[in-house]
Design a protein around this ligand. Structure first.
Ligand code: TXD
Length: 319
């Protein structure tokens, strides 16, 4: 069986990290696309030269031509501009929407059968716009945000409890970042839900609230530290987990920005919900019962996504 082909649209900080992770994990051959001449070619060659040391086999090709993504099994989109300190993700909407129009045309023409993972911010709007532009099946386009937000939440909790990150599971819903809705009752240490851990005096409500807020602000915290650019190692690792579940038909249950067609009372938007990712793409959306408070938080998140999508429609009426 031929090796899988993974096209990375955007060869910047996340794109380059994606290419490296895919090569080291031997997930498939990589085509790294960017509009900057030479940069994707240089990064691809450098990573290829690292693989004899790693002992893994993957072909890597850097390119500035969309034709080279032809027939890709997976396309991961990071093309666009990242935040600078003081900017919100929403400030990127207009400039990155124009980028999605170009990227979507390239995917539609050369990789219409691919599983498309969008990373570009503001994520919940860009994944919607990208799917509108490509016209690909909605279950074959998904946004990466929840895996990153839950990884941040899991890391902070593992540090707090001094336990392995392996045994902390987190459950997050809703939009990326500020409007993220963490479900603490489904967040556990080895299956022990957080409410029980509070009763066991592992953590107080107040401290948990601080950790939830730090998770919501996770992106801004790193932007503030880096001064130029935003997080890229954890976002890349998160997208690779989603791609791997598709490529290996792992049926992982992951929080992703998925198209809702009535689930959770939402229709026509991409929102962060738990889904099963298999070789069929988003095989199914998992719909849980929400408490009234959780539903209120979730609907606030949906409203902010709707606002971003409305802004996209005002900028590009054809969407
Ligand atoms: O969880 C999440 N979804 C977020 C997403 C986590 C972190 C970062 N998030 C967003 O990903 C971030 O706000 C940006 O919108 C994207 C990419 O972040 P990255 O840090 O990789 O940005 P870079 O290093 O600037 O890389 C972007 C590349 C850069 O090399 C540009 O030359 C290229 O995109 N670019 C384009 N490629 C193709 N086509 C066009 N038009 C284009 N414009 C820029």
């Amino acid at each position: 069986m031929a090796r899988k082909k993974i096209a990375l649209i955007g060869g910047g900080m996340i794109g380059g990290t994606l290419a490296h992770l895919i090569g080291v994990k031997e997930l498939g051959d990589v085509v790294l696309f960017d509009i900057v001449e030479g940069m994707p070619q240089g990064k691809s060659l450098d990573i290829a030269e690292s693989l004899p040391v790693e002992g893994t086999d993957a072909q890597l090709k850097g390119t500035n031509e969309y034709v080279d993504i032809r027939g890709a099994d997976v396309v991961i989109v990071t093309a666009g501009v990242p935040r600078k300190p003081g900017m919100s993700r929403d400030d990127l909407l207009e400039v990155n929407l124009k980028v999605m129009e170009q990227v979507g045309a390239g995917i539609k023409k050369y990789a219409p059968d691919a599983f498309v993972i969008c990373i570009t911010n503001p994520l919940d709007a860009m994944v919607w716009a990208l799917n509108q532009i490509t016209g690909l099946p909605r279950h074959m386009t998904v946004g990466m945000a929840g895996v990153l937000d839950s990884a941040r939440f899991r890391y902070f909790l593992a540090e707090e409890f001094d336990v392995s990150v392996e045994d902390v599971t987190a459950f997050v819903l809703g939009g990326h970042g500020d409007t993220m809705v963490p479900l603490t009752r489904y967040t556990t240490v080895a299956g022990i839900p957080l409410p029980d851990l509070i009763k066991m005096h592992w953590i107080t409500h107040e401290r948990l609230g601080e950790i939830v807020q730090r998770t919501r602000d996770g992106g801004a915290e790193i932007v503030g530290l880096l001064k130029s650019g935003s997080a890229y190692y954890a976002p890349a690792a998160s997208a690779v987990a989603m791609a791997e579940s598709y490529l290996k038909d792992k049926k992982r249950v992951l929080p992703c920005a998925a198209y809702l067609n009535g689930e959770y009372g939402v229709k026509g938007l991409y929102v962060g919900v738990p889904v099963v990712i298999s070789a069929k793409g988003v095989e199914r959306v998992i719909e849980i019962d929400l408490t009234s408070g959780e539903r209120a938080d979730f609907m606030r998140s949906v409203e902010s996504v709707q606002g971003l999508v409305d802004a996209c429609k005002r900028i590009a009426p054809g969407l």
